[in-house]
Design a protein around this ligand. Structure first.
Ligand code: FA5
Length: 344
């Protein structure tokens, strides 16, 4: 029986040594020290032993059991320490690692340019106004001296919703709306940015939906030289001293005299390319002195008041300023294009 106990001890210690998880260790404990285990079995058979043998075997059995239990406890502590070590290693946070960048958006180039132009005119004393994109025929045309059937309506092919309602073709109706609201009671100095719509065929410089910024200054004694001064200041601040500007006589039914302002093409330095249609110039705005008839219709006495107005295309301005070769880049939302103009 002594040999049997010693063999059991050896075998159990070997199993403890081999156990690699708490579950395996628990299995060893149950197998050797459990109620149905071999040591309990030995102790149960003690009654059959002689008086002399009983204490010797009893002591040995208890010693074997104690040693197996101690080995299991010590191995358990080792496995637990190992598992904790492993868990800590897995959960380690390296605080020196650089953070993962979170992509951020930024203003669209068109938004930035409109805001830049707004700031520039606010600096010259203009206030910013808004008007509806779905407009009546009256404000879009008639109040601007373009009665029904007037041939100049063909200059702006329109998207009609009903016979009298359309998507505005320019921001000029906001001129008429603003003056109409004030009814000649005081001067007006405002700009109005917004979307406009035309049945134009899209190409490098034309889009069926684009942006305009209207300007209107009505006061006593406003002259052509005031318009020239404001536009000159605008162009110099926007494009720098080196760019050339030219004013060409033009025609708009709501201004008299009328002009168009061109800027020398940045893509070809005025030599002629596909962007400027080989002319070396890109038209960016129309302007003129507010027609007496328009003033009158809006409640201003043209003998007392005079004014100037202009309407510019910010897409074309951004194209000239940043060398964008196609207006369609503004609307296709290609992130590679937009990203170039994000300011951090
Ligand atoms: C007008 O729309 C007039 N309402 C401007 C005006 C206002 C004149 C006040 C006098 C007094 P025009 O059709 O030329 O004018 O357009 C003005 C500007 O809008 C152009 O110079 C150009 O910069 C821009 N523009 C016109 N059509 C398009 C288009 N299809 N795509 C992009 N920009 C355009």
């Amino acid at each position: 029986m002594k040999e049997q106990l010693q063999a059991l001890e050896k075998e159990a210690l070997q199993k403890v040594e081999e156990a690699i998880s708490l579950k395996e260790l628990q299995d060893v404990r149950v197998a050797y020290l459990g109620k149905k285990g071999p040591i309990t079995e030995v102790l149960r058979g003690m009654g059959k032993l002689s008086k002399e043998e009983r204490p010797v075997i009893g002591e040995l059995a208890n010693k074997v059991r104690g040693q197996i239990a101690d080995a299991i406890d010590s191995k358990k502590a080792d496995i637990e320490a190992e598992e904790l070590e492993k868990q800590l290693a897995e959960e380690t946070i390296d605080v020196t690692l650089p953070g993962r960048p979170v992509p951020t958006g930024g203003p669209h180039l068109l938004t930035s340019i409109v805001e830049e132009i707004e700031d520039l005119f606010i600096g010259m004393g203009f206030e910013v106004r808004e008007g509806p994109e779905v407009e009546t025929d009256y404000y879009n045309f008639e109040a601007l001296n373009l009665p029904k059937g007037h041939p100049a309506r063909d200059m702006q092919d329109s998207f009609y919703i009903t016979e009298d309602i359309l998507l505005r073709t320019h921001t000029s109706p906001v001129q008429a709306r603003t003056m109409n609201m004030i009814q000649g009671e005081r001067p007006v100095k405002m700009i109005c940015p917004g979307k406009v719509y035309r049945r134009d065929t899209d190409d490098a410089t034309h889009s069926h939906q684009f942006t305009q910024i209207e300007g209107l200054y009505v006061d006593k004694n406003v002259r052509m030289s005031d318009l020239k001064g404001v536009l000159d200041r605008f162009a110099k601040q926007m494009f720098g001293e080196e760019r050339q500007i030219r004013l060409r006589p033009s025609f708009f039914p709501f201004t008299e005299p009328s002009v168009e302002m061109d800027i020398s093409c940045k893509m070809c330095n005025g030599e002629g390319c596909s962007v400027c249609k080989k002319t070396g110039w890109i038209e960016i705005l129309g302007a003129g002195l507010v027609h007496a008839r328009v003033l009158e219709m809006a409640g201003y006495d043209p003998k007392v008041y005079s004014g100037f107005a202009f309407g510019m295309g910010p897409e074309r301005i951004a194209m000239l300023k940043y060398g964008v070769d196609d207006i369609r880049h503004f609307y296709t939302n290609d992130i590679r294009f937009l990203k170039q103009y994000h300011q951090a």
